[in-house]
Design a binder for this molecule. Sequence first.
Ligand code: NAI
Length: 461
Amino acid sequence: MADFDAIIIGGGPGGYVCAIHAAQLGLKVACVEGREALGGTCLNVGCIPSKALLHATHLLHEVHDNFEKMGLMGGAPVVDWAKMQGYKQDVVNGNTKGIEFLFKKNKVTWLKGWGTIPAPGQVKVGDEVHSARHIVIATGSEPSALPGVTVDEKVVVTSTGALALTSVPKTMVVIGAGVIGLELGSVYARLGTQVTVVEYFDAITPGMDGEVSKSLERILKKQGLKFVLGAAVQGVFVAGNAAKVSYKLRKNDAEASLDADVVLVATGRKPFTAGLGLEALGVEMLPRGQVKTSHFATNVPGLYAIGDATPGPMLAHKAEDEGMAMAEIMAGKAGHVNYGVIPGVIYTTPEVASVGATEEQLKETGRAYKVGKFPFMGNARAKAVFQGEGFVKLLADAATDRILGCHIIGPGAGDIIHEVCVAMEFGASAQDLALTCHAHPTFSEAVKEAALACGLGAIHA
Ligand code: NAI
């Protein structure tokens, strides 16, 4: 038995960041993680491996579509799937080992195993019970189940199985046109799989800016993905190595089905808190399975929760920021997360990124706003790399010009959104962005032009 200032349960982006920062602040810290490697879903079976496959297949797409245009001649490369999987695993291993190194560097103890909380102030891992003044639940999330669908991670897979298929399927049905469905659907479409995405709502990426969603659908269709929208999946039936996905169209209740070699279920995730012993401790939970918190504190003294196990967007960077704030609070400082400025990114090509309010939300609240929009067609750098599709849409208060939101579909969207995030953190106006010198030629100039469009007008449109 060891005594710690803080024990963090879960070694994903929320947990490991919290552990490292708490150690930086002088606390004696342990992090409990039962996986073979640190990093949680994000590093092991989520964000990082999917980005490796997205990168590899994006380059393949470039060879097919754009190499000849640039005078780069020669046959397209043959895909060695096993080798691509190996590359993906190397990327994962490099990152997870990196966290292990950071734990050693910051003197964070990794308690290997699955933790439970037998009593307030105690964490049990294996046969050992450890004590701590602060315990943080950072146990993340798992794919949510869909009624009528049994996942076997071979024919019917979640994102975890989809990242590790033994071969590239000929056909794939993706259930859910959210982030996972579109990213992994893109990976397989680029590898030659016939991908059909079935979505319950009438538009893809529900909740996202409507114009961005429409543009993304149009562009992905051009890339070969098919969409069945307004369709509620009723069940998946597996026979041998193939599956049939049955769905009902919401507008007329018409029933139909699709055959596929692989079915990817990407209909959302749910908090993962089973086995912690929260019920016995009397921890208050919310109806959707999240731990109820107030400024990260649960109703049990000394017990906190952050990340996907709590309400809010299930995003690694939201969890990381909560981990930082949590560490500050445990060290007796003020920890704060600005939930109004949390960017969201979809790593398709083109990328999609957004922060702050959407136009739809502003309309709903009756806030007077103005729109500054700039197409990447007017951005020299984007055109040079065959990515002139898409736009930057900046939303600003009609009276004060304060930036309220930004929605981007285009090259590098996931990176260039951050200048808007910083601007929003400082309460900047669109004019502040427009007056900031932007290097030429960069994708970021499209943000400056959108800011100009909130005033007298963009220059290159
Ligand atoms: P999601 O919530 O983004 O999308 C799920 C989609 O499935 C929705 O569009 C929903 O309408 C649809 N759906 C639900 N039930 C259905 C049914 N019966 N028939 C047809 N469609 C149905 O969830 P997703 O993509 O599984 O991602 C899970 C979480 O992981 C999200 O919170 C996401 O933000 C996060 N994530 C973030 C990434 C990123 O930041 N790039 C990458 C991957 C995941």
